[in-house]
Design a protein around this ligand. Structure first.
Ligand SMILES: [Zn+2]
Length: 153
């Protein structure tokens, strides 16, 4: 049994047993050591973004005091949802180990596969996307471009 995945499973069980959230856990590993571990806490915190991967990334970033986790790997008990996948990309993590697949997760009612489909197709969503005040908002981007002390990430 993979020790890192076992730890992620233990996290998921702990969260599930305490009604913190769904049956999901994640750990982040750097240089062969676990630097953060988390479980889904959507129910406990009423935070819809409190997925295990997101919480593990936040902890790891805080611990390392940087937003670039490109030297880290993430182990997650289920295939990351689109939000977590995007967060993993933003964190520049290069390897994701996952256990159950998104089809397995959909089978127990966590149907994020429809989010994958919406993102892929660009339609079929109940979300209204309305573009307003573009010029005013573009001014922010221009200001950023000219900012002499900006730090890219
Ligand atoms: Zn997620």
């Amino acid at each position: 049994m993979n020790y890192f995945m076992q730890t992620a499973i233990d996290e998921a069980r702990h969260g599930m047993d305490h009604n913190h959230g769904g049956p999901f856990g994640a750990v982040i590993v750097k240089d062969g050591e676990i630097i953060s571990r988390a479980h889904n806490e959507v129910l406990r915190t009423n935070d819809p973004t409190a997925h295990a991967e997101i919480l593990a990334i936040r902890q790891a970033s805080e611990l390392l005091d940087r937003f670039d986790l490109s030297d880290c790997e993430i182990y997650t008990t289920s295939e990351p949802c689109p939000m977590c996948l995007a967060a993993i990309y933003w964190a520049r993590i290069r390897t994701v180990y996952f256990g159950s697949g998104k089809e397995d997760v959909a089978r127990i009612g966590f149907d994020d596969s429809r989010f994958y489909e919406i993102i892929r197709s660009g339609n079929g969503s109940e979300l209204s996307r309305i573009n307003i005040e573009k010029e005013k908002c573009l001014e922010l981007l221009k200001r950023w471009e000219k900012k002499p002390d900006k730090q890219m990430y």
